[in-house]
Design a protein around this ligand. Structure first.
Ligand SMILES: Nc1nc2c(c(=O)[nH]1)N[C@H]1C(S)=C(S)[C@@H](COP(=O)(O)O)O[C@H]1N2
Ligand SMILES: [Mo]
Length: 373
């Protein structure tokens, strides 16, 4: 069966080869396939930025294939490869191991993709593929210690129970981490989200959570962990999730989350356009900012092009977003509000997004248009 032909692109097959990770970028209207993905994979409504912890139903979801229907009572996690002893652990056994809870802001690497021109055809995120949850489970380093990682181990490969086809390649969803990242004390095999069993869409009964990395690293429905001595060549590692300039560019891998901030849109929306309306007078502008490279050190708020530093609150953890706020006295008329974060490495959000072939790592400054009455 030729799976490749089933990928749809607006351009004809002769015009350009169908590419592994993504179809040819498009400038036309949203396609039926994008709409289908958008309806399956929802983002976080921006008003949920008011909450430090995102309730599971408001947290964004991204699932490449189908959500598996798994039974925790017969579930086993296998740990093998370059280890002294292979392990097979039931959920009951995992729950008896020492547990940690880590507050983590997850963001999809494709967030912002639909704003690019031409538009990489995939899940058409606007700006809100983000959420922050408290993940509880066993530290990965603890289990790798139990298994005993052998010398010359290079990466750890995580494979989910979900399977499908992408870019013509049949596969289970699988990703790897370099060994030094896998041994970080805050990387967790989570069985709880915000204190409750994981919901089906977030990886029940067990998932990996890699704080600071874009969401693709945090493999859901985790069924096996394999320590390997050579770089993992799976599709989601080698073809997808790369910063590429063109189809033929091998590119570089997508890893940590780039600095970003978002604003709770003030006032009330128009149902269809989402244009905002608010009364004249004092209003507290607020939002959240995060970075996978380290602490956010500043957020500037743009009011009709003039930048003012916002007040920053303490984050719940090293890789959890921090709240920012700025009081504003709104005067009648049309206004454009914006927010721009900077992190400890000095990285700051671009005012215009640099285009890349898969639409990865976008962190352009958000703009909110408001009508003050
Ligand atoms: N097994 C599996 N894990 C997965 C995925 C997937 O499709 N299958 N999607 C990844 C991607 S691209 C993202 S952004 C995050 C999303 O996690 P969430 O749905 O819990 O927000 O899960 C990651 N883990
Ligand atoms: Mo993602």
């Amino acid at each position: 069966m030729n799976y490749r032909n089933q990928q749809s692109t607006r351009k004809s097959a002769e015009q350009a080869p169908v590419l592994p990770a993504t179809a040819v970028p498009d400038s036309g209207p949203l396609t039926r396939e994008e709409l289908q993905l958008a309806a399956r994979n929802h983002s976080m409504p921006l008003e949920a930025l008011r909450r430090e912890v995102t309730p599971p139903g408001l947290h964004y979801v991204l699932t490449h294939f189908d959500i598996p229907d798994l039974d925790a009572s017969s579930w086993h996690l296998r740990i093998g490869g370059a280890v002294e002893r292979a392990l097979e652990l039931s959920m009951a056994a995992l729950r008896r191991d020492p547990a940690i809870t880590v507050p983590v802001t997850l963001e999809c690497a494709g967030n912002g993709r639909s704003l690019l021109e031409p538009r990489p055809l995939s899940q058409p995120w606007v700006l809100e593929a983000v959420g922050t949850a408290h993940w509880t489970g066993v530290p990965l380093a603890y289990l790798l210690g139990k298994a005993g990682v052998l010398p010359h181990a290079r990466e750890v490969v995580f494979t989910g129970a979900d399977a499908g086809v992408q870019g013509g390649v049949p596969q289970h969803y699988a990703r790897s981490l370099p060994i030094r990242e896998a041994l970080r004390p805050d990387v967790v095999l989570a069985y709880r989200m915000n204190g409750l069993d994981l919901p089906p869409q977030h990886g029940y009964p067990l998932r990996l959570v890699v704080p600071g990395w874009y969401g693709m690293a945090s493999v859901k429905w985790l069924q096996s962990i394999e320590v390997v001595r050579a770089p993992f060549a799976g599709f989601q590692q080698q073809s997808a999730y790369r910063y590429q300039e063109s189809a033929d560019d091998a590119g570089t891998p997508v890893t940590r989350i780039r600095v970003r901030s978002l604003m709770v849109p003030p006032g009330v929306p128009d149902f269809f356009t989402r244009q905002r309306f608010l009364p004249a007078g004092p209003v507290m502008l607020e939002g959240r900012a995060w970075s996978g490279e380290g602490a956010v050190t500043a957020v500037d708020v743009g009011i009709d092009g003039t930048w003012v530093p916002a007040h920053l609150e303490k984050p719940a953890g090293g890789f959890a977003w921090r709240r920012w706020s700025l009081p504003w006295v709104a005067d009648p008329g049309e206004h454009v509000l914006a927010c721009r974060a900077t992190d400890i490495t000095g990285a700051t959000q671009p005012l215009e997004q640099h285009w890349n072939y898969q639409g990865m790592g976008n962190n352009v400054v958000q703009q909110v248009r408001v009508t003050v009455e």
